[in-house]
Design a protein around this ligand. Structure first.
Ligand code: NCD
Ligand code: ZN
Length: 346
């Protein structure tokens, strides 16, 4: 039995770093193990233009502690007023690696998102032309649609029509939570990829709701039935190269999680690699962990895989802090509910 595993340094293809004190607190948690991350643009106000993305990248680099290496891969928040020329310039300069589509009202800070999809057609056309991927928050938002059905409906109502209208467009269906999404991505051509979070490989909706409500397991898209979690585990550990890690690590301070109207988001940056090692080991798929965390994402984004490595070593349970201090208040670290035996040496 192998007790040590060396992987190319992983990347996180969906990450929330926030800004200010929270940024300074959470950035080292990611940079400790990860080389790069696709940085979500849902700040308040959102990161809409190339100039805003450049300024945000500079704030991220200024927040990086001495001696740590990390490359933020910036994204733009797609609005109905996004200028295709600005997107193309931000891509051409090497700054922006994706554009993020939030249906208006789908999740945290998504009020500026898209209502009328016809209005974004010129931007999508330009992105298809220049090879810039579209990242999608895959949930419809109509009030009458049940929250557990929102992802599956997004595939039929939004994603498939967009992909048919823009055949050259490369799309990432982010933080997938359903077997329908796994099936859709598996059946699609190589222009479609999907990220899977750490927490959706571990929890189902019972973890949120049985035995008292657990606000730290509440995120969007919300975790679904166990059969869906099993489909995600199968996809992530299958070796299929169109599935890759996007943690969606999304910090909120405890008072805003443990609240009458609690924020959505699980904070997984700190212990993700140890959690994933347990999940992949349980499936007998440790040899496929590197593909999921370190190879499939760069291949989809047409970037080189990292040359640096990390080593995971199995031994006595590793402890991670239950909370980190953000300066704005404590942020609870995701509790997988099982012991973690894999230590990470970066
Ligand atoms: C994210 C956040 O807090 O910004 N929350 C979440 O539950 N995942 C937004 C998002 O990615 O949906
Ligand atoms: Zn997210």
């Amino acid at each position: 039995m192998s007790h040590s595993l060396t992987l190319r340094r992983p990347d996180d293809w969906h990450l929330h770093l926030r800004d200010g004190a929270m940024l300074r607190a959470v950035l080292p948690e990611t940079a400790r193990h990860f080389a790069r991350a696709i940085i979500m643009p849902n700040l308040v106000p959102p990161v809409v233009t190339g100039a805003q993305a450049a300024a945000y990248r500079d704030r991220i680099m200024a927040a990086l502690p001495e001696g740590m290496a990390f490359e933020p891969l910036m994204t733009l928040y797609l609005t109905e007023d996004t200028d295709p020329a600005d997107v193309a310039a931000a891509h051409a300069s090497g700054l922006v690696k994706a554009v993020k589509l939030y249906p208006a009202g789908a999740t945290t800070n998504s009020a500026s998102g898209v209502r009328d999809f016809a209005r974004i057609a010129p931007v999508l056309e330009k992105m298809a032309e220049i090879g810039l991927p579209l990242c999608t928050h895959g949930e419809v938002t109509a009030a009458e649609v049940d929250i557990f059905d929102r992802e599956a409906l997004f595939i039929d109502k939004v994603l498939d029509p967009i992909r048919r209208a823009h055949p050259g467009l490369r799309v990432v269906m982010e933080h997938i939570t359903t077997s329908q999404a796994v099936d859709y991505v598996t059946a699609a051509d190589e222009s479609l990829g999907a990220t899977i979070t750490t927490h959706h490989l571990v929890i189902n909706r019972n973890h949120i709701l049985v035995g008292g409500i657990k606000p730290h397991y509440y995120c969007l898209p919300v975790a679904k039935r166990e059969e869906h979690r099993l489909a995600l585990v199968k996809a992530a550990t299958s070796g299929a190269d169109r599935f890759f890690l996007g943690t969606d690590s999304a910090p909120h301070v405890d008072p805003l999680k443990e609240h009458a109207c609690g924020c959505a988001g699980c904070f997984t940056a700190t212990n993700t690699m140890s959690v994933l090692a347990e999940v992949f080991e349980a499936e007998g798929a440790l040899d496929r962990l590197e593909g999921f965390t370190s190879l499939n994402g760069p291949a989809f984004y047409r970037l080189p895989a990292n040359e640096a490595t990390i080593t995971l070593t199995k031994g006595d349970p590793v402890t991670y802090p239950a909370k980190i201090d953000s300066g704005d208040g404590p942020v609870t670290v995701f509790d997988p509910g099982f012991p973690l035996h894999w230590r990470v040496d970066a």
